[in-house]
Design a protein. Structure first.
Length: 104
């Protein structure tokens, strides 16, 4: 069984970790899409926690942007997939910290 990608990779990059562990393009694409799904769910939580109006629309718009970013993913672009995955993971972490502060 393959180990999961660590959250922080000291002295290396996420792309090199995937290469070292021989994670194929299809699996890498699926992992990146999963990160998008987690982010979308987190954004939905933020939308539901927001008061009516502009804040809710902000979170809805951000979810739409994630959907567009998913549609633009190139399954053959390993560096691009990893970069997008890391950006989404960073956003997920920041949003989850924010939700914890709100008590949601």
């Amino acid at each position: 069984m393959m180990s999961a990608a660590p959250g922080a990779i000291p002295g290396g990059s996420l792309l090199s970790w995937y290469d070292e562990h021989r994670v194929g393009d299809v699996a890498l694409y699926d992992i990146t899409r999963q990160a998008a799904s987690v982010l979308s769910a987190t954004l939905l939580e933020r939308k539901r926690a927001a008061p009516e109006g502009l804040q809710r629309e902000h979170w809805a718009a951000r979810r739409r942007l994630v959907r567009q970013q998913v549609e633009a993913l190139d399954p053959a672009d390993r560096p691009g997939l990893v970069a997008q995955q890391q950006a989404w993971a960073d956003e997920i972490q920041a949003l989850q910290v924010g939700l914890a502060r709100l008590g949601a």
